[in-house]
Ligand binder design. Structure first.
Ligand code: PMP
Length: 354
């Protein structure tokens, strides 16, 4: 039976491991925005719940969200698509625009979900390694990507944190004008630039963004994309399911976008905390911190990894333990949270290594 052969192939693929939920822990493992007050999001959600009528399918709320997202991204609504998290948008694009047997080029390390979904759908993944500082050799990347159908650029990159310089990213896009290029900007709100406007002018570029990070709505599952008019229209009318996001999530998302000035303040706080934490960590012997343009830091702890990991666990601080990343031993990815939680994390590392 064909399906059992396929099931057996799929059962051997990398599986998604949901992060453990440790009660009362300081959660620095999934790059959510805890600098945004829980009460603020709760009040918005309560207000949205009062406004919507869940007996109806979400129609007006979707239109309202397109408008709010377009305004935030600085483009017209006709360039915007919406999904249940950017995860779902990635999934849909892979299953419709890249056929089985297609080839994708990515640099590594990068967002493992993307690679896993390619493998699930029989898309061959060519992995171009970043260098020892996790920087990209753009010429080599473009050369390899010429053999691909699909190119994935995570900008800023997860788990390393760095954003490819704008000129280099634009250069790669110029060279690969016959490939479908997905630019994953899940963390761009914390970075220096976005290619959203550029994507509206190209036939082959899709910028993926989300409200899960800077906007503090990981639980609402709202992602969006910005691309050219034709692709956005086909995505919204044919590729996307009719009602991918609940009325409640749509209404909450629109309300939080209306308060984007407040969100931007927390983003600035996270960015300044990121620099403060990076500086303090860089002073610790044996610890290496990589440059980040996102709301997290990748730290190479080498031989101190196990002791730091154990101590963090005892103190109820949860980070993403990655171990060896592309030859860098003992890596962990740490979300930048509030000043208090960031300090707790740094103090713990300082104490262990002293
Ligand atoms: N892209 C990147 C690079 C991410 O790190 C994440 C979150 N883990 C996503 C996309 C997916 O985000 P969401 O589905 O919550 O929009």
């Amino acid at each position: 039976m064909r399906f059992s052969k396929e099931l057996s192939r799929i059962s051997k693929l990398d599986r998604y491991v949901r992060p453990d939920k440790v009660q009362g822990a300081i959660k620095l493992d999934s790059n959510e925005n805890f600098a945004l007050d829980r009460g603020f999001i709760a009040a918005v959600a309560k207000d949205a719940a009062k406004r919507v009528d869940l007996r109806e399918y979400p129609i007006d709320e979707l239109e309202e969200l397109y408008a709010k997202l377009a305004e935030y991204a600085g483009v017209s609504e006709k360039y915007v698509g919406v999904g249940s998290g950017s995860d779902q948008i990635i999934e849909l694009l892979l299953t419709t625009l890249a056929v089985n047997g297609a080839r994708a080029t990515v640099f590594v390390p990068t967002f493992s979900y993307f690679i896993n979904r390619c493998e699930l759908h029989g898309i061959l993944v060519d992995r171009v390694p970043l260098d020892g500082d996790f920087e990209l050799d753009a010429a080599m990347f473009a050369l390899r990507a010429k053999k691909a159908d699909l190119v994935y650029l995570c900008s800023p990159n997860n788990p390393t944190g760095g954003q490819i310089p704008r000129k280099i990213a634009a250069g790669i896009i110029d060279e690969l004008d016959d490939k479908l290029i997905l630019v994953d900007e899940a963390y761009a709100d914390f970075a220096g630039y976005s290619l959203a406007k550029l994507a509206t002018k190209r036939e082959n570029v899709i910028v993926l963004r989300t409200l899960s990070k800077a906007f503090g709505l990981a639980g609402a599952r709202v992602g969006y994309m910005v691309t050219n008019e034709k692709l956005a229209s086909v995505f919204n009318s044919t590729i996307q399911t009719p009602y991918p996001v609940s009325t409640l999530s749509l209404a909450i998302a629109s309300s939080v976008l209306e308060r984007s000035v407040h969100v931007a303040k927390t983003v600035e706080a996270v960015k300044s905390e990121r620099e403060r934490v990076a500086k303090r960590l860089a002073r610790i012997a044996g610890i290496r911190v990589f440059r980040s343009d996102a709301n997290f830091l990748l730290i190479e702890a080498g031989r101190k990894y196990r002791t730091i990991a154990d101590t963090l666990e005892k103190r109820g601080i949860v980070v993403k333990l990655l171990g060896n990343v592309a030859g860098h031993p003992g890596c962990m990815r740490v979300t930048i949270g509030t000043r208090r939680t960031n300090s707790k994390f740094v103090e713990c590392v300082e104490e262990v290594v002293a």
